[in-house]
Design a protein around this ligand. Sequence first.
Ligand code: CU
Length: 140
Amino acid sequence: MTLRRVLLALAVAAFAVSAAGAGPAPRVIRVSMTSFKFEPNVIPLRQGERVVLELVNEDSQRPHNMASELFNEAELTVRGEFRQGTTTDGRRFVFVDVGKRAEVEFTVPRVPAGQVAFLCSVGQHAAQGMTGAFVIRPAQ
Ligand SMILES: [Cu+2]
C-alpha cells in the first residue's frame, strides 16, 4: 500500500467514526397543550427512531402534563421548565406549567406496533377530552 492510500484509508475511517458518533438529528414534534386538548393528538412514531416531543403549554390558565406508558419504556432526557412524576395508575408524566415548555427526547422503544395512549392527568382534563395516542410503526 502506498503512503497516499494509507492516508486516504485513515481519512475515510475517521469520517465514518465521526458520522457514526453524531447520529442523525432527532425528529422534532411540537405538541401544543391547551384546555382541553393536545394538538396534534395522534402522533406517529417509528420503533428505534430518535425524537424530541416539544411540549408547549399554550394555556393562559391551566397547567397540563403528558402521561403515557410509552414513557415508562423509554429513557427520557427532559429539558426546559417541567416536573416529572408518575400517575396513580403508574404512567410516567412530564408536567408543564402555564406558558412554559419542555423537550422530551427519547428513542422510540421496541414496543409492539399499534397505539399507545397518552393523556393529561391534571384534574379532570382527560375526561374533558385531553387524550391522544402514539401510533407505533415497525422499524424500517
Ligand atoms: Cu391538562
